[in-house]
Design a protein around this ligand. Sequence first.
Ligand SMILES: NC(=O)OP(=O)(O)O
Length: 339
Amino acid sequence: MTWNGGGSLSGERILIALGGNAMTAPDGSATPDAQAAAIEAAMGHVADLVAAGARVALTHGNGPQVGNLLIKNRLAAGVVPPVPLDWCGAQTQATVGMMIMNALERALAARGAARPVAALVTRTLVDASDPGFGAPAKPIGRYFPEEQARRSMALGEVWRPFGERGWRRVVASPEPLEILDAGAAAALLDAGHVVVAAGGGGAPVVRRDGTLRGVEAVVDKDLAAALLARRLGATTLVIATDVEHAMTGFGTPRARPLRRTTAAELAELAAAGHFASGSMGPKVEAVRRFVASGGRRAAIASLARLGDAARGRAGTVVEARAGTVVEARRGVETDDQSC
Ligand SMILES: NC(=O)OP(=O)(O)O
C-alpha cells in the first residue's frame, strides 16, 4: 500500500487532473493492458487522498486515446462511417472513466474507505469563432516517423515535428469557456461520490441558434480542469504529471525547478517564454488561472507525490498567501515545502 504523506484532508475539496502517464505506459503505448496497469497504479495515490478525508474529483487527458480513435476512423473509413472528433472525445471519457471507476473503487475498498465512483460524460462550451479552430495546435496520438506523418498530411491532416521523438497529429483546441455539466458533477460530489468529469477537457460544443452542437476539436484538459475546479468549489487543484516540477529555463544550462510561486510570478515567467506551449504551458496557465480567480492552492507535481502536492509540500506550488510571495522572491530552493 502507498501513502503520500500524513495529515487529515478532512474538509478539503481537491480536483486532480491526471496526465497521460496515469493512463499509458512510460513509452506512451496505449494498449488496453498498459492503460489498465497505469490507471491501477494511479488510483492507489488518489485513494490515499480520499482515505485521508478529502472530497475528490478527477479529470483526465485523452490525447493518446483520441489519437488512436482517429486512426481507426481513417483505417475503417471504407467499411464503417467515420465519426466526428467530439464523439471520439466522449468515447474516451466513457472508456477511461469506466477503468477509473473499477480501479478506484478497488483501491478505496482496500483502504477501508469504500465509496462510489461515478464518471460523467461532460460537455465543454467553446466559442465557434475561437482562433484555435484555424490554427490546430493540440498534439494527439502517438509519435510517428516523418515519412508516415507526411503521408497523413497528404490526406489533409495537420502534423507537427516534436524533436527526436517524431511527429504527432495536431488538432484544433479552442479555449474552454464553461463546463456545462459541472452542476451534475457538484451534485455527485456533494452526495459522497468520487466524481470523474470533463475527461479529455470535455466534449467540445458550441451554442448555435439556441442549441448545442459538437465541434471538431480537443479541449486542453488542464485548462478545463481549472474551470471545473472553481465550479466545484475546490480548495486545491493538483495537476499530476510525469515530472516533479515545472522548470524555468527548461532545456538550458540555467534550468531550475520552480517550487513555491504566485499567480503573478507565473504570468511573468510565462510571458518571458519559460514554458513550452504544447506541454508545460497549459499546466502553468491552468494553475495560474485557478489561484488568480480565487482558488486557494494549486500544484503541478508527479503522480507519486500527489498527496504531498495536495498538502503544498511537493511540486510547483502556487498559493495566494502573502507568505508565499516572500518565499518566492527569496527563491526558496528546498525540497521541504511544508507550510
Ligand atoms: N485533452 C487533453 O488535454 O489530453 P492530454 O492531456 O492527454 O493531451
